[in-house]
Write a protein that binds this ligand. Sequence first.
Ligand SMILES: Cc1cc2nc3c(=O)[nH]c(=O)nc-3n(C[C@H](O)[C@H](O)[C@H](O)COP(=O)(O)OP(=O)(O)OC[C@H]3O[C@@H](n4cnc5c(N)ncnc54)[C@H](O)[C@@H]3O)c2cc1C
Length: 662
Amino acid sequence: MKIIHTDVLIVGGGLAGLRVATGVKERGHDAIVLSLVPPKRSHSAAAQGGMQASLANGKMGEGDNEDVHFSDTIKGSDWGADQVVARMFTHCAPKAIRELAHWGVPWTRVQRGDHTAIINAEKVIINEKDEAHGLITARDFGGTKKWRTCYTSDGTGHSMLFAMDNKAKKEKVEVHERLEAMAIIHEKGRCEGVVARNLMNGELVAYIAKATTIATGGYGRIYSVSTNAIICQGTAHAMALETGVATLGNMEAIQFHPTAIVPVGILTTEGCRGDGGLLLDKDGYRFMPDYEPDKKELASRDVVSRRMTEHMRKGKGVKSRYGDHLWLDITILGRAHIEKNLREVKEICENFLGIDPAVDWIPVRPTQHYSMGGIRTKYTGESQTMKGLYSAGEAACWDMHGFNRLGGNSVSETVVAGMLVAEYISDFLDSSDSDMEIHTSKIEYFVKKEQDKLDALLCKENGEDAYVLRRRMEEIMMEKVGIFRNGDDLKDAVDELEELLKRSSNIEVFRSKSRAANPALVNAYRTQKMIKVALTAALGACLRTESRGAHSREDFPKRDDENWLKRTITSWPDENQTLPTVNYEEINIATMELPPGFRGYGKDLTSHHPQTASRVAKVDKITQELEEKGSDRFEIQNELMPFIDKLPEKYRGINERFGENV
Ligand SMILES: Cc1cc2nc3c(=O)[nH]c(=O)nc-3n(C[C@H](O)[C@H](O)[C@H](O)COP(=O)(O)OP(=O)(O)OC[C@H]3O[C@@H](n4cnc5c(N)ncnc54)[C@H](O)[C@@H]3O)c2cc1C
C-alpha cells in the first residue's frame, strides 16, 4: 500500500486549488495538488470574459468601489449569499487582481484618449484620463452598476491559470497529475486525507494530510448540455457526501448562461453582450428591452436566460434541427474589436459553427453553466461539520453567490478564496489543533473499501450499463431540473433519479476489465457518484417551494423570504439511503448589511420576511446618524456589519483608487 504524507493536500489544480497551494507553501507548509489533468488544462482555462474587481480605473468604472460591488453581488444572489463572505470577497478582489498582475497576467490596460464603444446599440465616445493610462481596464458585464470586469481579451481564465501555475511551480508546489480522489479518509469527524486512484496504472494511493482542500470545480456535467469541461462532474461532492459527515449547500442553485452556441453548448462569453452585442429573435428583432427596459441584454444571467426561454416559448425562436434558438449579434462591434477583444469567440464560431461572427449572427440558447452550490463551509473555507476538510472555488459553498452568480465573480472568487483559505489553513496548521494521529489499519480500511468497490464493478455480470444510466440522468436534469422548474417535473426527476441510483449499485463494466487505464471503469464509478449529486440538486429544487435567483419555480413564482430565507443543506448520513437528507440553515436578517429588497427585474413578487422592515429601519438609522457625524463609508460599513477582523491581517488594508484618499 502506497501512503504519501503531506501537510496540506489540495484536490484540484484549477485556479482555486493552485492559489491555496501557493499560499500555504509561502507560509512554510508542504502542499501536494492532485489533479485529473495537468493543471493548465483545468476548467479555469476556459473562462473567457473576465474577473470582477472594483478598481475604478476606467471612465465607465468611475464611482465604483467595494460597496457597489458588494451591493451588486448581493442583489445578484437574490439575497441568498452570506453577506460577510461577500464583503470579504469584494474587499480582497482588488488585491488579488494586482497580485496576479505581479505574477504575470497581462491584463488589458486603459489607453488614454477617446475610444468608441457600443452602448445600447449606439456608438459612444469614451474619453480615458491621462492619469489612468496603463492601469488595468474593465468591461461591462451583466448585473453590475459599473464596468468592473477586468480581462485579457476573452482568454482571461487561460492567462490567469497559466500565471498561477507558473507561480505554483516557482513555489515548488508538488503536483500529482492524473490522480483522482475517490474517498475521504476520516475518523470521528476529522478529515485525514484521501484515497486516490492513479488513472494511468489503476493503483490506489493513500494521501494523508493535516488539512485537505477540495477545489474540484463545478458539477455541470450532470446535465446533458453544459458549457463545462467534461471533467466537471462533481464526483468530489459525492466523495464529501459519502463521508456521512460533510455537508453540501444549495445544490439546487444551478446557473444557466444565456449564450452558449447551438447545438454543442460551448460558451460565447457575456463579454459579447458587455461589449455591446445584442440578442435577436427569428425576425431579427431585439426583444430584451421589451422585457427588461433598464438592463436589457445585461440583466443578471438568470433573468436573461429566463427571458430568452420565455420568448422562444412564444414562438419567437429560430427553428433548427437541434431545437429552437435565438441569435447573438456581435457584428455591430466591428471586426477590429472582435479580433482584438473577442478572439476566442471568433475561433469558436469559425471552428464549431463555420461562421464568421463579424458578419454572421451566432445561434445561441441558455445552457447549464455554473454551480452555485457546493461543499458547505464556514467563512474560513473549512467544512462546517468535518474538521480539517476545506473547500474553495466553484466546488465550495462558502457562500458568496447565493442563488445566482454574477459573471466575472467566479474566477475572482477562486483567487480570493484561495488566498484567504490558504491563510486560515496555515493558521490551523500552526496550532496544536491540527495535531492528528492515524493508524495504518485505518488507512488500510479505507483503501480496501475503495478496492472492493472497484472489484465489485469489474466482477459484475449481467449488470447495468453505466453509459445508459448516465445518459438518462443527464436528460432528466436537463428536462426536469432546468431553467424553469415545477413541482410535478421535479417530483418525477427525484423518483427517476432515485431509481437510477438503485440501478447504479448493479453496474457492470462492459468492454474492458482492465484495472489500469480504463475509461469504462472510470465512467462506471463516476456515474454512481454523479447520480448522488444529481439527486441533491433535484431534491433540493423539489422541496424549495419558491423562486430565488436561478431557481425558478413556475408553480411558486414568488421569492418567499418569509419561509425560504435559508440555505439548503444536504448530507448522506447512511450509505444505504437512496435519497439525501435535507436540512436548512437560516440566513439571519438581523445581521445583514443589505436587508432583502427588490432586485430590479420584472415585477417585485417578494413575500417579505417579518424582520425585513425593522432591519431596513435600523440600517437607515445607523447610516443617517453616522453620516451626520461625518463618518466615512468604511466606518458606516463597519457599524452595520463588521467583517475586517475576520480577514487575515495582511489583507485588511484599504484598496487604493482614484479620487479616494487612503
Ligand atoms: C466556458 C466558461 C467560461 C467561463 N468564463 C468565466 C469568466 O469569464 N469569468 C468568471 O468569473 N467565471 C467564468 N467561468 C466560471 C469559472 O471559469 C469557474 O467557475 C472557475 O474557473 C472554477 O475554478 P476552480 O479552480 O474552482 O475549478 P476548476 O478550474 O474547474 O478546476 C478543478 C480541478 O479539479 C480537478 N479535479 C476534479 N475532480 C477531481 C478529483 N476527483 N480528483 C482530483 N482532481 C480532481 C481537475 O483536474 C481540475 O484541476 C466560466 C465557466 C465556463 C464553463
